[in-house]
Design a protein around this ligand. Structure first.
Ligand code: GDP
Ligand code: ZN
Length: 357
Protein backbone atom coordinates (compact mmCIF):
# COMPACT_ATOMS: atom_id res chain seq x y z
CA UNK A 1 0.00 0.00 0.00
CA UNK A 2 1.26 3.42 -0.90
CA UNK A 3 1.36 5.56 2.23
CA UNK A 4 2.00 9.27 2.42
CA UNK A 5 5.29 10.29 3.92
CA UNK A 6 4.69 12.11 7.22
CA UNK A 7 7.32 14.85 6.88
CA UNK A 8 5.95 16.22 3.66
CA UNK A 9 2.28 15.88 4.36
CA UNK A 10 1.91 19.61 4.66
CA UNK A 11 2.65 20.02 0.95
CA UNK A 12 0.12 17.56 -0.26
CA UNK A 13 -3.21 19.29 -0.43
CA UNK A 14 -3.75 23.00 -0.78
CA UNK A 15 -0.19 24.16 -1.52
CA UNK A 16 0.67 23.91 -5.18
CA UNK A 17 3.89 21.98 -5.63
CA UNK A 18 6.49 24.05 -7.40
CA UNK A 19 9.78 22.60 -8.53
CA UNK A 20 12.62 22.99 -10.99
CA UNK A 21 13.28 20.60 -13.84
CA UNK A 22 16.81 19.21 -13.46
CA UNK A 23 16.91 16.64 -16.22
CA UNK A 24 14.91 15.55 -19.20
CA UNK A 25 15.05 11.92 -20.23
CA UNK A 26 12.83 10.79 -23.05
CA UNK A 27 9.35 11.85 -21.93
CA UNK A 28 10.23 12.07 -18.27
CA UNK A 29 11.25 15.10 -16.31
CA UNK A 30 13.23 14.98 -13.12
CA UNK A 31 11.84 17.72 -10.89
CA UNK A 32 13.25 18.92 -7.63
CA UNK A 33 10.70 20.45 -5.32
CA UNK A 34 11.43 23.92 -4.03
CA UNK A 35 10.25 23.51 -0.48
CA UNK A 36 11.36 19.98 0.31
CA UNK A 37 14.45 18.24 -0.92
CA UNK A 38 12.35 15.78 -2.77
CA UNK A 39 12.57 14.60 -6.35
CA UNK A 40 9.78 13.58 -8.65
CA UNK A 41 9.90 11.82 -11.94
CA UNK A 42 7.17 13.54 -13.87
CA UNK A 43 5.33 13.22 -17.11
CA UNK A 44 3.94 16.18 -18.96
CA UNK A 45 0.21 16.75 -18.86
CA UNK A 46 -1.40 16.06 -22.21
CA UNK A 47 -2.92 19.53 -22.11
CA UNK A 48 0.63 20.93 -22.24
CA UNK A 49 1.46 18.69 -25.15
CA UNK A 50 -1.63 19.91 -26.97
CA UNK A 51 -0.66 23.56 -26.62
CA UNK A 52 2.90 22.71 -27.61
CA UNK A 53 4.31 23.78 -24.27
CA UNK A 54 7.85 22.51 -24.13
CA UNK A 55 9.45 21.70 -20.80
CA UNK A 56 13.20 22.22 -20.45
CA UNK A 57 15.75 21.93 -17.71
CA UNK A 58 15.72 25.05 -15.58
CA UNK A 59 11.96 25.45 -15.95
CA UNK A 60 9.95 26.13 -12.83
CA UNK A 61 6.93 23.92 -12.98
CA UNK A 62 3.77 23.07 -11.15
CA UNK A 63 3.51 19.42 -10.16
CA UNK A 64 0.13 17.77 -9.78
CA UNK A 65 -1.02 14.39 -8.55
CA UNK A 66 2.10 13.71 -6.56
CA UNK A 67 2.66 10.12 -5.57
CA UNK A 68 5.01 10.66 -2.68
CA UNK A 69 5.83 7.03 -2.18
CA UNK A 70 6.80 6.38 -5.78
CA UNK A 71 8.13 9.84 -6.42
CA UNK A 72 5.91 10.29 -9.48
CA UNK A 73 3.89 13.25 -10.60
CA UNK A 74 2.65 15.21 -13.58
CA UNK A 75 3.76 18.63 -14.77
CA UNK A 76 0.66 20.75 -15.05
CA UNK A 77 2.12 24.17 -15.88
CA UNK A 78 5.36 25.91 -16.74
CA UNK A 79 6.12 29.29 -15.18
CA UNK A 80 7.13 32.12 -17.50
CA UNK A 81 10.83 31.94 -18.37
CA UNK A 82 13.33 34.67 -17.60
CA UNK A 83 15.69 33.48 -20.32
CA UNK A 84 15.66 30.67 -22.83
CA UNK A 85 18.53 28.96 -24.59
CA UNK A 86 17.48 26.56 -27.30
CA UNK A 87 20.60 24.49 -27.80
CA UNK A 88 21.11 23.17 -25.29
CA UNK A 89 17.59 23.71 -24.11
CA UNK A 90 18.01 25.49 -20.77
CA UNK A 91 15.49 27.84 -19.23
CA UNK A 92 16.23 30.63 -16.77
CA UNK A 93 20.04 30.60 -17.03
CA UNK A 94 21.45 33.87 -15.72
CA UNK A 95 25.11 33.68 -16.56
CA UNK A 96 27.69 31.90 -18.61
CA UNK A 97 31.09 31.09 -17.15
CA UNK A 98 33.99 30.48 -19.46
CA UNK A 99 36.57 28.13 -18.02
CA UNK A 100 40.14 28.26 -19.31
CA UNK A 101 43.48 27.06 -17.97
CA UNK A 102 46.53 29.25 -17.55
CA UNK A 103 48.77 26.31 -18.44
CA UNK A 104 48.24 22.81 -19.82
CA UNK A 105 46.96 24.01 -22.21
CA UNK A 106 48.68 27.41 -22.24
CA UNK A 107 46.20 30.26 -22.28
CA UNK A 108 45.93 31.63 -25.77
CA UNK A 109 44.73 35.23 -25.95
CA UNK A 110 43.12 34.95 -29.38
CA UNK A 111 41.23 31.78 -28.53
CA UNK A 112 40.07 33.25 -25.23
CA UNK A 113 38.99 36.39 -27.03
CA UNK A 114 36.98 34.38 -29.52
CA UNK A 115 35.17 32.55 -26.70
CA UNK A 116 34.52 35.81 -24.90
CA UNK A 117 33.02 37.42 -27.97
CA UNK A 118 30.91 34.34 -28.60
CA UNK A 119 29.73 34.33 -24.99
CA UNK A 120 28.86 38.04 -25.21
CA UNK A 121 26.60 37.38 -28.19
CA UNK A 122 24.45 35.12 -26.01
CA UNK A 123 23.26 38.06 -23.96
CA UNK A 124 23.77 36.53 -20.49
CA UNK A 125 26.25 37.87 -17.96
CA UNK A 126 29.71 36.58 -18.83
CA UNK A 127 32.12 35.34 -16.15
CA UNK A 128 35.65 34.10 -16.65
CA UNK A 129 37.52 31.43 -14.66
CA UNK A 130 41.22 30.82 -15.21
CA UNK A 131 42.12 27.45 -13.76
CA UNK A 132 45.40 25.68 -12.95
CA UNK A 133 46.83 28.79 -11.33
CA UNK A 134 49.05 26.37 -9.38
CA UNK A 135 51.05 25.86 -12.57
CA UNK A 136 52.09 29.49 -13.10
CA UNK A 137 53.97 32.19 -11.20
CA UNK A 138 52.34 35.03 -9.29
CA UNK A 139 53.75 37.38 -11.89
CA UNK A 140 51.97 35.55 -14.71
CA UNK A 141 48.73 35.77 -12.77
CA UNK A 142 49.18 39.49 -12.19
CA UNK A 143 49.95 40.07 -15.85
CA UNK A 144 46.83 38.22 -16.99
CA UNK A 145 44.75 40.00 -14.40
CA UNK A 146 45.83 43.39 -15.64
CA UNK A 147 45.48 42.40 -19.27
CA UNK A 148 41.98 41.02 -18.82
CA UNK A 149 40.87 44.01 -16.82
CA UNK A 150 41.85 46.10 -19.81
CA UNK A 151 39.67 43.83 -21.90
CA UNK A 152 36.80 44.62 -19.53
CA UNK A 153 36.76 41.42 -17.45
CA UNK A 154 37.41 40.48 -13.83
CA UNK A 155 38.77 36.94 -14.06
CA UNK A 156 38.63 34.49 -11.18
CA UNK A 157 41.91 32.65 -10.77
CA UNK A 158 41.28 29.08 -9.71
CA UNK A 159 43.17 25.98 -8.81
CA UNK A 160 41.32 22.75 -8.32
CA UNK A 161 44.52 21.38 -6.87
CA UNK A 162 44.97 23.83 -4.04
CA UNK A 163 41.47 25.27 -3.76
CA UNK A 164 42.34 28.82 -4.88
CA UNK A 165 39.37 30.97 -5.83
CA UNK A 166 36.73 28.33 -5.25
CA UNK A 167 34.92 30.21 -2.53
CA UNK A 168 34.64 33.30 -4.68
CA UNK A 169 33.28 31.24 -7.52
CA UNK A 170 30.77 29.54 -5.22
CA UNK A 171 29.51 32.96 -4.18
CA UNK A 172 29.00 33.97 -7.78
CA UNK A 173 27.11 30.78 -8.55
CA UNK A 174 24.94 30.87 -5.45
CA UNK A 175 21.21 30.48 -6.14
CA UNK A 176 21.64 31.04 -9.85
CA UNK A 177 21.46 28.90 -12.95
CA UNK A 178 24.85 29.10 -14.65
CA UNK A 179 26.13 27.61 -17.86
CA UNK A 180 29.77 26.48 -18.06
CA UNK A 181 31.67 26.47 -21.33
CA UNK A 182 35.28 26.20 -22.38
CA UNK A 183 37.74 24.13 -24.38
CA UNK A 184 38.57 20.60 -23.23
CA UNK A 185 41.41 19.84 -20.87
CA UNK A 186 41.06 23.00 -18.79
CA UNK A 187 39.60 21.23 -15.76
CA UNK A 188 35.92 21.89 -16.32
CA UNK A 189 34.83 18.38 -15.32
CA UNK A 190 37.05 18.49 -12.24
CA UNK A 191 35.55 21.84 -11.34
CA UNK A 192 31.95 20.72 -11.72
CA UNK A 193 32.64 17.56 -9.69
CA UNK A 194 34.04 19.73 -6.95
CA UNK A 195 31.26 22.31 -6.97
CA UNK A 196 28.46 19.79 -7.27
CA UNK A 197 29.58 16.69 -5.37
CA UNK A 198 27.94 13.54 -6.59
CA UNK A 199 28.02 14.66 -10.19
CA UNK A 200 30.87 12.31 -11.14
CA UNK A 201 31.87 13.70 -14.49
CA UNK A 202 34.78 11.81 -15.96
CA UNK A 203 37.96 13.75 -15.46
CA UNK A 204 40.37 13.61 -18.35
CA UNK A 205 37.72 12.00 -20.53
CA UNK A 206 38.01 12.25 -24.27
CA UNK A 207 35.67 14.91 -25.55
CA UNK A 208 34.95 13.10 -28.78
CA UNK A 209 33.48 10.20 -26.84
CA UNK A 210 31.47 12.38 -24.52
CA UNK A 211 30.18 14.36 -27.45
CA UNK A 212 27.92 11.49 -28.43
CA UNK A 213 26.78 10.57 -24.97
CA UNK A 214 25.95 12.59 -21.94
CA UNK A 215 26.88 15.82 -23.63
CA UNK A 216 24.58 15.70 -26.60
CA UNK A 217 22.07 18.47 -26.79
CA UNK A 218 19.25 15.99 -26.42
CA UNK A 219 20.29 15.19 -22.91
CA UNK A 220 20.87 18.22 -20.77
CA UNK A 221 21.21 18.03 -17.06
CA UNK A 222 21.54 20.61 -14.34
CA UNK A 223 23.86 19.84 -11.46
CA UNK A 224 22.93 21.01 -8.01
CA UNK A 225 25.19 23.08 -5.82
CA UNK A 226 24.90 22.04 -2.17
CA UNK A 227 23.95 25.53 -1.00
CA UNK A 228 21.62 26.29 -3.88
CA UNK A 229 22.24 27.03 -7.51
CA UNK A 230 22.39 24.96 -10.65
CA UNK A 231 25.09 24.31 -13.24
CA UNK A 232 24.70 23.28 -16.85
CA UNK A 233 27.75 21.76 -18.46
CA UNK A 234 28.65 22.20 -22.10
CA UNK A 235 30.88 19.93 -24.13
CA UNK A 236 34.45 20.92 -24.84
CA UNK A 237 35.24 22.48 -28.17
CA UNK A 238 38.14 24.42 -29.48
CA UNK A 239 37.13 27.14 -31.88
CA UNK A 240 33.64 28.53 -31.61
CA UNK A 241 32.19 29.96 -34.76
CA UNK A 242 31.40 33.63 -34.48
CA UNK A 243 28.07 33.96 -36.18
CA UNK A 244 27.44 37.61 -35.83
CA UNK A 245 26.62 40.48 -38.15
CA UNK A 246 29.71 42.61 -38.91
CA UNK A 247 27.90 45.72 -37.70
CA UNK A 248 27.25 44.13 -34.30
CA UNK A 249 30.73 42.81 -33.61
CA UNK A 250 32.05 45.86 -31.77
CA UNK A 251 29.22 45.56 -29.24
CA UNK A 252 30.71 42.29 -28.04
CA UNK A 253 33.99 43.92 -27.05
CA UNK A 254 33.55 45.77 -23.74
CA UNK A 255 36.50 48.04 -24.62
CA UNK A 256 34.90 49.07 -27.91
CA UNK A 257 31.53 49.48 -26.31
CA UNK A 258 33.02 51.82 -23.78
CA UNK A 259 34.57 53.92 -26.52
CA UNK A 260 31.23 54.09 -28.28
CA UNK A 261 29.54 55.15 -25.05
CA UNK A 262 31.66 58.27 -24.81
CA UNK A 263 31.98 59.24 -28.47
CA UNK A 264 30.57 58.15 -31.78
CA UNK A 265 31.89 57.43 -35.24
CA UNK A 266 31.27 59.84 -38.09
CA UNK A 267 29.39 57.19 -40.04
CA UNK A 268 26.54 55.33 -38.41
CA UNK A 269 27.43 52.18 -40.35
CA UNK A 270 31.12 52.42 -39.49
CA UNK A 271 32.82 49.03 -39.30
CA UNK A 272 35.76 50.66 -37.49
CA UNK A 273 38.39 49.74 -40.04
CA UNK A 274 39.72 52.67 -42.02
CA UNK A 275 36.74 54.99 -41.98
CA UNK A 276 37.55 58.61 -41.07
CA UNK A 277 36.73 59.83 -37.55
CA UNK A 278 36.15 56.41 -36.08
CA UNK A 279 35.68 56.26 -32.32
CA UNK A 280 36.56 52.59 -32.00
CA UNK A 281 39.76 52.24 -34.00
CA UNK A 282 42.73 52.89 -31.79
CA UNK A 283 45.31 51.80 -29.38
CA UNK A 284 43.66 48.97 -27.48
CA UNK A 285 45.05 45.46 -27.38
CA UNK A 286 42.15 43.55 -28.79
CA UNK A 287 41.60 45.91 -31.72
CA UNK A 288 43.66 43.39 -33.72
CA UNK A 289 41.28 40.63 -32.62
CA UNK A 290 38.38 42.81 -33.62
CA UNK A 291 39.75 43.17 -37.15
CA UNK A 292 40.48 39.47 -37.31
CA UNK A 293 36.94 38.48 -36.28
CA UNK A 294 35.44 41.18 -38.48
CA UNK A 295 36.97 39.53 -41.53
CA UNK A 296 35.33 36.25 -40.53
CA UNK A 297 32.00 37.96 -39.93
CA UNK A 298 32.14 39.68 -43.33
CA UNK A 299 33.12 36.46 -45.10
CA UNK A 300 30.25 34.69 -43.40
CA UNK A 301 27.82 37.39 -44.42
CA UNK A 302 29.02 37.10 -48.02
CA UNK A 303 28.57 33.34 -47.88
CA UNK A 304 25.01 33.79 -46.69
CA UNK A 305 24.29 36.16 -49.57
CA UNK A 306 25.51 33.44 -51.93
CA UNK A 307 22.92 31.03 -50.58
CA UNK A 308 21.46 28.97 -53.37
CA UNK A 309 18.18 30.23 -54.82
CA UNK A 310 14.85 28.84 -53.73
CA UNK A 311 14.72 25.93 -56.15
CA UNK A 312 18.20 24.59 -55.60
CA UNK A 313 17.75 24.91 -51.88
CA UNK A 314 15.07 22.29 -52.06
CA UNK A 315 15.82 18.67 -51.74
CA UNK A 316 14.05 15.95 -53.52
CA UNK A 317 12.06 13.67 -51.33
CA UNK A 318 10.53 10.51 -52.61
CA UNK A 319 7.13 10.01 -51.15
CA UNK A 320 5.53 6.65 -50.53
CA UNK A 321 3.35 7.14 -53.61
CA UNK A 322 6.45 7.17 -55.77
CA UNK A 323 5.85 10.82 -56.61
CA UNK A 324 8.56 13.39 -56.18
CA UNK A 325 8.11 16.44 -54.12
CA UNK A 326 10.37 19.30 -53.23
CA UNK A 327 10.93 20.14 -49.62
CA UNK A 328 13.13 22.79 -48.08
CA UNK A 329 16.61 21.59 -47.26
CA UNK A 330 17.74 21.56 -43.70
CA UNK A 331 20.42 24.09 -44.51
CA UNK A 332 17.78 26.68 -45.28
CA UNK A 333 16.28 26.20 -41.88
CA UNK A 334 19.69 26.53 -40.33
CA UNK A 335 20.29 29.70 -42.30
CA UNK A 336 17.01 31.18 -41.21
CA UNK A 337 17.68 30.30 -37.67
CA UNK A 338 21.09 31.91 -37.74
CA UNK A 339 19.82 35.07 -39.31
CA UNK A 340 17.29 35.55 -36.56
CA UNK A 341 19.35 37.26 -33.94
CA UNK A 342 18.12 36.16 -30.58
CA UNK A 343 19.62 35.43 -27.26
CA UNK A 344 20.00 31.70 -27.55
CA UNK A 345 21.60 31.71 -30.98
CA UNK A 346 25.15 31.93 -29.87
CA UNK A 347 24.98 29.18 -27.33
CA UNK A 348 23.33 27.08 -29.94
CA UNK A 349 26.41 27.65 -32.03
CA UNK A 350 28.67 26.63 -29.21
CA UNK A 351 26.85 23.35 -28.97
CA UNK A 352 26.61 22.79 -32.66
CA UNK A 353 30.34 23.16 -32.79
CA UNK A 354 30.69 20.42 -30.23
CA UNK A 355 28.21 18.16 -31.96
CA UNK A 356 30.00 18.49 -35.27
CA UNK A 357 33.31 17.82 -33.58
P1 GDP B 1 37.97 19.13 -18.89
O1 GDP B 1 38.36 18.45 -20.16
O2 GDP B 1 37.98 20.61 -19.03
O3 GDP B 1 36.70 18.61 -18.32
O4 GDP B 1 39.16 18.86 -17.84
P2 GDP B 1 39.33 17.73 -16.75
O5 GDP B 1 38.55 18.07 -15.53
O6 GDP B 1 39.09 16.41 -17.38
O7 GDP B 1 40.88 17.93 -16.38
C1 GDP B 1 41.91 17.83 -17.34
C2 GDP B 1 43.21 17.61 -16.61
O8 GDP B 1 43.60 18.78 -15.89
C3 GDP B 1 43.15 16.48 -15.59
O9 GDP B 1 44.33 15.75 -15.70
C4 GDP B 1 43.06 17.22 -14.27
O10 GDP B 1 43.62 16.46 -13.22
C5 GDP B 1 43.89 18.46 -14.54
N1 GDP B 1 43.51 19.60 -13.69
C6 GDP B 1 42.28 20.02 -13.40
N2 GDP B 1 42.31 21.09 -12.60
C7 GDP B 1 43.60 21.34 -12.34
C8 GDP B 1 44.29 22.34 -11.55
O11 GDP B 1 43.71 23.21 -10.89
N3 GDP B 1 45.64 22.30 -11.56
C9 GDP B 1 46.34 21.37 -12.27
N4 GDP B 1 47.64 21.40 -12.21
N5 GDP B 1 45.72 20.44 -13.01
C10 GDP B 1 44.38 20.41 -13.05
ZN1 ZN C 1 34.05 53.46 -36.18
Amino acid sequence: MKGKLPDIQSFESSTPLVGTVLAVQANFYRVRLEKAKHFFLCTRRSRLKKIGQQVMVGDRVLVEEPDWADGRGAIAAVMPRQTQLDRPPVANAEQIFLVFALEEPTLDALQLSRFLVKAETIGLKVGLCLNKSDLVTTLTIQQWQQRLEEWGYQPLFLSIYNGTGLEQLREQLHQKISVFAGPSGVGKSSLINLLAPGTNLRVGAVTRKLGRGRHTTRHVELFELPKGGLLADTPGFNQPNLNCAPADLSLYFPEAKQRLATSSCQFSDCLHRDEPNCAVRGDWERYEHYLNFLEDAIAQQEALKQQPDAESSMKLKIKGSGKHQYEPKLATKKYRRRSRRSQHQALEELYQEAEEY
